[in-house]
Design a protein around this ligand. Structure first.
Ligand code: CMC
Length: 433
């Protein structure tokens, strides 16, 4: 961690110097340890959007944005997507190692025994409007879990932390599918524990009690892969939200609800829904040039959704796998000439050659393709971000646990550059202008 390097900060006005240690990780950029900056200099750092700030030490996920590399506990995402499955990746993120066959079987057994939700939770759903956005419903219901599972709220008890982690990972697909069922007025489907994590979700989404659900293995595998590709992504907005919420000692259900709220935004997880809406809005290939000129216009706030990333300045490695999966799913479902997919592919080709996107290093991200696969599978657009939340819950939980178990972690409390008015006398109402 510590290196022999240090950096010196010089105040150009007073000529004073302060030395700060440089810390080295196992790979990736070194960091300047500024924990003593305020105490030593009386100044803070200023970094809106945290573009240059490392907020924690972590051993879970590594991203090299220039090379387009994503590693979970040292394993490359392309390898995991090809050879592993979501339950293994969840175990890996939580425990640091891939499971042995026995460990995997036990983990699956544990998760599958926590898939049901307290029966009274169904009454929660009935309090929502049928046309409520499922992210709103999931955010509320996940937060409400802390009102039901009192025996796993003590964050200082490792056993309770583990049970809460298992509960959240296990119940998320149930909660998500129930949000969908409620929106279409169909009966909730109870989980079926002999199915895979992805398969169980699909059955709860698309099955009905009146008929046996027939699983399509291609769709089941694609869903599992999508879950893997979204499982964790280092200190993004929602993960940082989960950590920040958890840093105050809040319970894990409340923290994950906070993560869901943050994920919902169109700059983050909400982008997959926004991509589909954007493609539908463009409607036809002939409208692409006009749309792209709006995107490039500084006075227009239109963005090419599914393009660009804060960290990746090269191809998003998840998008590479997702693109391949997208073609596999469409081929196996016999979907040819889907107009939205054709439009998306045309858009991708034009944008990849366009100087605006090339010079700004804006490449397609994971959300550019996931929406198209979801659409092919029959997932309604409003459920896209919910699926992201189902997958990311594993990463959130792993990151939350790492933070709780880190002896160095403190309550998160950023400071500010204050530019408001300085102290002034109170003005009585009759004297105000
Ligand atoms: N379309 C058009 N211009 C863009 C786009 C885009 N999608 N993304 C960035 N830019 C431009 C932006 O206008 C700015 O230009 P200039 O330097 O001339 O002002 C420059 O590129 C840098 O953009 P930024 O907003 O400072 O970059 P950021 O790192 O703060 O934002 C981002 C990253 C993902 C929010 C942004 O690229 C974006 O809004 N993309 C579209 C939404 C999206 O697809 N989000 C999903 C991200 S991947 C999944 C996830 O992490 O949840």
């Amino acid at each position: 961690m510590s290196s022999n390097r240090s950096v010196t900060l010089t105040d150009d006005t007073s000529g004073k110097n302060w030395k700060f240690p440089v810390l080295a990780g196992s790979t990736g950029p070194d960091v300047i340890d500024v924990r003593k900056l305020y105490g030593d200099t009386g100044m803070f750092t200023y970094d809106p959007g945290f573009t240059s700030t490392g907020s924690c030490e972590s051993k879970i996920t590594y991203i090299d944005g220039d090379q387009g590399i994503l590693l979970h506990r040292g394993y490359n995402i392309a390898d995991l997507a090809e050879r592993s499955d979501f339950m293994e990746v969840a175990y890996l993120l939580l425990n640091g190692e891939l499971p042995t066959a026995d460990e995997k079987a036990e983990f699956i057994h544990t998760i599958s025994r926590h898939t049901m939700v307290h029966e009274q939770i169904t009454t929660f759903y009935r309090g929502f409007r049928r046309d409520a956005h499922p992210m709103a419903v999931c955010c509320g219901v996940v937060g409400a879990l802390s009102a039901f599972y009192h025996d796993s709220l003590d964050i200082n008890d490792p056993q309770q932390r583990m049970i809460a982690s298992h509960r959240l990972i296990a119940k998320m697909p149930t909660i998500a599918a129930m949000a969908y069922k409620y929106s279409v007025g169909q009966p909730f489907m109870y989980p079926q524990n002999n199915l895979s994590y992805a398969g169980n979700f699909l059955r709860m989404m698309f099955g009905v009690p009146a008929e046996e659900y027939v699983m399509n293995p291609v769709i089941e595998k694609a869903m599992d892969r999508i879950l893997m590709l979204h499982a964790d992504h280092e200190q993004n907005a929602s993960t940082s939200t989960v950590r920040l919420a958890g840093s105050s000692g809040a319970n894990p259900f409340a923290c994950i609800a906070a993560g869901i709220a943050s994920l919902w935004g169109p700059s983050h997880g909400g982008a997959n829904e926004a991509v589909l809406n954007m493609l539908q809005h463009i409607g036809d290939k002939k409208n692409i040039p006009a749309f792209l000129s709006r995107v490039k216009d500084k006075n227009d706030h239109t963005r090419l959704m599914g393009f660009g990333h804060r960290v990746y300045k090269n191809y998003d490695p998840r998008a590479t796998v997702m693109r391949k999966t997208c073609h596999e799913v469409l081929a196996s479902l016999g979907i040819k000439g889907d107009p939205l997919l054709d439009l998306a592919m045309e858009m991708e080709q034009i944008a990849l050659k366009d100087d605006y996107f090339v010079s700004k290093k804006l490449y397609p991200n994971v959300d550019f393709y996931s929406g198209i696969i979801f659409r092919a599978i029959g997932i309604p657009v409003t459920m896209f971000t919910v699926l992201f939340a189902v997958a990311r819950t594993t990463g959130w939980i792993a990151q939350w646990r790492e933070m709780i178990e880190d002896p160095q972690s403190k309550i998160g409390r950023p400071r500010q550059l204050y530019t408001g008015l300085t102290e002034r006398p109170y003005v009585p109402i009759h004297a105000r202008k």
